[in-house]
Design a protein around this ligand. Structure first.
Ligand SMILES: Cc1cc2nc3c(=O)[nH]c(=O)nc-3n(C[C@H](O)[C@H](O)[C@H](O)COP(=O)(O)OP(=O)(O)OC[C@H]3O[C@@H](n4cnc5c(N)ncnc54)[C@H](O)[C@@H]3O)c2cc1C
Length: 395
């Protein structure tokens, strides 16, 4: 934990918050609202927007003090897209009015967010989205279909990438919007996953009207805005902050608790995964510290790639340690979960859910392409649609 002697002001602010809002008796969303108002939500955000304009690394001090006091934190499982992606994007590109309207209820999790990016023909190639937004006075009229939208069934708002110009190459004709998910013309249908849960959805948009004040960034600059969201997503999906916080912690705990699962062979394997997980966690920590110099860069792809690989290997290893538990799946009833969970239920669930880690937030193949081209500087892939107006690309 950082030396609090160096941060008297933050400690004082936390103490004042705790004195005015006792976490034991204050309703969680009220506590979180007071935390936002005190600038302790994201200390690196500007003042008046949940932050204090400090360096990002100092958030850790606040989180540790609040955790020690038993204070509630925002619900990352329910609102990971709002907290991890919409908020930093809005701070980087949103208008003052937008930031005032959306950030506080997002942090208190009064408003839940989802991400309307992927389409049937635009997943890895996200710049190929075909959902159209056509201007009509001071509004935009949106028509199209999105897919794999996690949590759309619980969401109040969405971030959306839509095509506003087909006469220019694919990356240049996109615009980024905020959508009210209760607006007329939005239809949400569940999609069931390998786990049995329907965590994500198809979303159909028919004549949905979005006011121009809910445009994030300039018309035609949606790709630049979306890239910020995606880089933040990769950091959010990647390794956690704490040692043994994820899949490896569950396996290590099992190993310690139950001598009957131990063999010399699987001990060596456990050590190997423990070390690799720790290296990824520390790389993630370095990346987070690097964020202080700006938005996350393409290196976040390397961490996401390593995280997905380890999650799949370690959940497989967990099944080998306790095969009988892996075979007894808890329930195949279709559930519409409140939030995404990588760790919930049992080893069988975790093994199946980890399959999605190498797809969500960009597939591992795409992460390798990004690392190869943008980190290592290797020759780029052949891109036959480069420079061609979107309307002339065969589809
Ligand atoms: C659990 C989960 C949650 C998700 N949540 C959301 C969400 O909330 N919002 C949202 O918008 N999206 C979401 N997604 C969608 C996700 O971002 C896409 O599935 C992903 O980007 C891949 O796109 P695709 O499914 O269209 O596959 P495709 O792009 O069709 O790819 C198919 C295969 O081809 C490979 N491939 C494609 N192009 C290349 C290339 N150039 N080089 C090498 N290999 C290539 C891919 O890696 C993949 O293996 C979610 C996905 C999952 C699994």
């Amino acid at each position: 934990m950082p030396d609090q002697q160096q941060s008297p002001d933050l400690r004082q602010r936390v103490d004042e918050l705790l004195a005015s809002h006792d976490p034991a008796t204050t309703e969680p969303s009220e506590f979180l609202g007071a935390r936002f108002d005190a600038g302790l939500a994201w200390v690196h955000f500007p003042e008046g927007k949940g932050g204090l304009g400090l360096s990002r690394g100092r958030q850790e001090e606040v989180d540790a003090l609040l955790e020690e006091a038993g204070a509630p934190g925002p619900d990352l499982g329910r609102n990971s897209i709002g907290l991890g992606m919409a908020a930093p994007t809005m701070v980087a590109f949103g208008t003052e009015e937008m930031q005032q309207r959306y950030l506080r209820p997002l942090f208190t999790c009064t408003d839940i967010w989802c991400q309307l990016f992927s389409e049937p023909g635009a997943g890895s190639d996200l710049a190929a989205v075909a959902t159209r937004a056509v201007p009509d006075g001071d509004e935009w009229v949106v028509d199209g279909q999105k897919v794999w939208t996690s949590g759309a069934h619980n969401a109040d708002f969405a971030i959306l990438v839509a095509r506003t110009d087909t006469s220019v190459p694919k990356h240049a004709g996109l615009t980024y919007f905020i959508v009210d998910m209760t607006d007329p013309g939005i239809e949400i249908r569940p999609l069931r996953q390998i786990t049995g849960e329907a965590e994500f959805n198809e979303v159909f948009l028919s004549g949905v009207r979005i006011h121009d004040r809910n445009r994030v960034g300039a018309v035609g600059e949606g790709w630049k805005v979306a890239t910020t969201t995606l880089n933040n997503e990769r950091v959010a999906i990647g390794a956690g902050n704490d040692r043994e916080a994820g899949q490896i912690g569950l396996v290590a705990e099992r190993w310690r608790r139950d001598p009957s699962v131990r063999t010399a062979g699987n001990h060596t394997e456990l050590m190997q995964w423990w070390v690799e997980t720790e290296v990824t966690r520390l790389a993630g920590e370095r990346l987070r510290q690097g964020l202080e110099a700006g938005q996350p860069g393409p290196e976040s792809s390397a961490m996401k790639l390593a995280f997905a690989h380890q999650a799949q290997q370690v959940t497989g290893f967990a099944l080998e340690l306790a095969p009988e538990e892996g075979l007894t799946y808890h329930d195949w009833t279709m559930v519409r979960p409140e939030g995404g969970s990588f760790l919930g239920h049992g080893p069988g669930f975790r093994y199946l859910r980890a399959k999605g880690n190498s797809i969500e937030g960009g597939t591992s193949e795409i992460m390798r392409n990004i690392v190869a081209e943008r980190v290592l500087g290797l020759p780029p892939e052949h891109r036959p649609d480069k420079g061609i107006p979107f309307k002339d690309v065969p589809r």
